[in-house]
Ligand binder design. Structure first.
Ligand code: BGC
Length: 266
């Protein structure tokens, strides 16, 4: 059993920045051919694909909005056309549209649910269909396919001012576990990663200056995370080293879910 993904094909959504970008580079470094999905920001995805290819790997950058059914279908088709199959889905695309409840518009609610939750459903469904249709792939490792959902500590920790986001991540938890229960017997492994505060564009205001000091009080391990922290967990979940891990959310959060506000309190 090994960490190598040689001969395997991975599709990573939302991979033009942050956690998705880190996952794409890391899975490629482990030997996977990677389809790097982006929505609006083509440049970093295209450059990453070029860089991977220049280093002897295989990569393609693909446009697509995961909240749109036809985009998702096209995305999977293009991945399979290019690389001959699919072994790993990292359903990562996610966004925030923050507002206090009385000010939150229906559009803000819908945008977050559409991308963060419906997008994960559409991608997982397309992956399951592909895994079934392609049958056994000799290069695939022990599982027939692997689905990794990108969740958040906010699948567990309520988040005032972000009810749309927290609801979407809470939804991912039961989407992931119900799906794992449904298709485990087909040797399709389904898991999630729940990042804590990772320094990316989504939380640039919270991870710098005085805001960072306040944020650090919520992290027992004493540092803000990097995309690589999450990519390492995703790599492990995608590899045979985690072959008996199924239906689990791996929290990668420096201990944020330990509720450190309760130290000396309560
Ligand atoms: C959010 C970040 C936030 C972190 C910890 C993530 O899911 O996207 O904005 O900093 O959770 O609260």
């Amino acid at each position: 059993m090994q960490l190598s993904l040689n001969g395997q094909v991975a599709l990573i959504t939302g991979a033009s920045s942050g956690i998705g970008y880190g996952c794409a580079g890391t899975l490629a470094a482990a030997g996977a051919a990677v389809a790097i999905n982006y929505n609006r920001n083509a440049e970093p995805a295209v450059q990453l694909a070029q860089q991977i290819t220049a280093n002897g790997g295989q990569a393609i950058a693909l446009a697509g909005d995961v909240s749109q059914e036809s985009d998702v279908e096209r995305l999977f088709q293009q991945t399979v056309d290019r690389f001959g199959g699919l072994d790993i889905l990292v359903a990562n695309s996610g966004l925030q549209r923050d507002a206090a409840i009385a000010e939150m518009t229906l559009e803000q609610w819908n945008t977050v649910i559409d991308v963060n939750l419906t997008g994960q459903f559409l991608c997982a469904r397309a992956a399951v269909r592909q895994f079934r249709q392609q049958g056994e792939r000799p290069s695939a490792g022990r599982a027939r396919g692997k689905i990794i959902h990108m969740s958040s500590v906010h699948q567990l920790i309520p988040w005032a001012g972000h009810v749309n986001y927290a609801a979407s991540k809470g939804g991912i938890d039961l989407l992931m576990r119900s799906l794992a229960q449904e298709i485990g017997e087909e040797r399709i492994r389904v898991n999630a990663v729940a990042p804590g505060a990772i320094a990316t564009a989504i939380n640039v205001d919270a991870t710098q200056g005085d805001a960072a000091k306040a944020l650090l009080k919520l992290i027992p391990y004493g540092r803000i995370g990097e995309p690589q922290d999450i990519a390492n967990a995703v790599l492990w979940l995608a590899s045979d080293l985690s072959d008996y891990v199924h239906g689990t959310t791996l929290f990668v959060d420096g201990g944020m879910t330990l509720y450190p506000e309760f130290r000396g309190n309560g």
